[in-house]
Write a protein that binds this ligand. Structure first.
Ligand SMILES: Cc1ncc(COP(=O)(O)O)c(C=O)c1O
Length: 361
């Protein structure tokens, strides 16, 4: 975590912004930060972001909660990809909407089956209002949706009037090649709201992120009661982060994280290859924090968890990442917090736990 860079940035921000940093901020966020973000997004994905298509948020969890609050009605259907970020399911469950699993296969959301599901829900008289998805370096799988499926998905959303809630929190943490363009960049105006965050690139304690969406959506948020009363979200922090980005410490930090996380990922993948039985499989995550491990048929990762914990290693069982109790045959491993030696040790302990649970015949 960039403690020294934050100290420098806070001082620079106080020197530059003075007491305005301690006042209510502009609802959309400090223009210095918004303009820096717009330039960064052009570097990352090519397309322009207009000044009225972006707003500062208190991170993706906040943005998701706000979007559901403002853009759904009680009883609306919200589609959820599966597997998906398990704590987004918690955020969605705080709202009086009906959550429905969007069909998927090993390559992510299956748009043809999704279109059929939307038709069926419409026939049942339900309003399918939104779809939550992490299409780029998905949590938990680490995989990204193909260009073809991205195109099909935004087309379906635009035709059916479904708002795609695109969780884009891992875009910067690409280890092998640049991340694919966001759904937001590809979609017609109004079909996608893309949520970005400083949680994974700078620090989760900042509670700072941003949202790019249509002018209409951004205008509705800028004018909502929460911002009317409280002003720009986390204004003091947003000013500090604007200074940090201007100084150049953001890009340095992201480069450092990419290099560190890439070697940690490779260390874990190598150790898994060495320590786990051959029937265990995992895709190589090209970004994000996780390896999504598939167990042999018939095994339940929840049963393995107790044995693994007793052996000194833990993971998140696959079921947590589904709405409907599927996912027993998967587990999520996180690699970014640990040194390469710790990851090698963890893979060894996991291998031992597996052998304890499934002794050789
Ligand atoms: C896919 C995904 N979305 C959102 C979050 C939380 O983001 P924030 O800290 O910006 O609320 C996480 C954190 O793990 C995540 O993995």
């Amino acid at each position: 975590l960039p403690v020294e860079a934050m100290a420098r940035a806070s001082q620079a921000a106080l020197d530059g912004f003075g007491s305005t940093m301690l006042e209510y901020g502009v609802n959309a966020g400090p223009p210095l930060l918004l303009n820096w973000l717009r330039k960064r997004l052009v570097e990352l994905e090519g397309g322009e972001v207009a000044s009225d298509q972006i707003i500062v948020t208190a991170g993706n969890s906040h943005a998701l909660d706000l979007l559901i609050t403002l853009f759904t009605q009680p009883g609306d259907v919200v589609l959820v990809e599966s597997p998906t970020y398990h704590l987004a399911i918690r955020v969605l469950r705080d709202h009086p909407v009906e959550l429905v699993t969007a069909p998927a296969d090993e390559d992510g959301i299956d748009v043809e089956r999704l279109a059929a599901l939307v038709q069926q829900l419409n026939r049942e008289g339900k309003r399918v209002r939104a779809l939550y998805i992490v299409p780029t370096f998905n949590n938990p799988t680490g995989l990204s949706l193909s260009d073809e499926r991205r195109r099909q998905l935004v087309e379906l959303a635009a035709t059916e009037g479904i708002l795609i809630l695109e969780d884009d929190v891992y875009r910067e943490l690409a280890y092998d090649a640049p991340a694919p363009p966001s759904l937001w960049q590809m979609a017609p105006e109004g079909a996608v709201a893309r949520m970005g965050s400083f949680s994974k690139t700078l620090a989760p304690g900042l509670r700072l992120g941003f949202l790019t969406a249509s002018r209409q959506i951004v205008a509705r948020i800028v004018d909502c009661g929460l911002l009317d009363s409280g002003g720009g979200v986390n204004h003091f922090t947003a000013c500090c982060v604007a200074a940090l980005c201007e100084i150049g410490d953001y890009t340095l930090q992201v480069e450092r994280l990419r290099a560190t996380y890439r070697s940690r990922r490779d260390a874990l993948l190598g150790a898994l290859q060495e320590r786990l039985p051959g029937e265990y499989r995992w895709p190589t995550p090209a970004g994000c924090f996780f390896v999504w491990l598939r167990l042999p048929a018939g095994m339940d990762s929840s049963r393995l968890l107790d044995v693994a914990c007793a052996n000194g290693v833990a993971f998140v069982p696959g079921r947590r990442f589904y709405l409907d109790g599927n996912g027993a045959s998967h587990m999520r491993l996180a690699f970014t917090l640990y040194t390469e030696d710790q990851l090698a040790d963890a893979a060894q302990k996991l291998g031992q736990a597996i052998r304890l649970l499934t002794p050789c015949p």
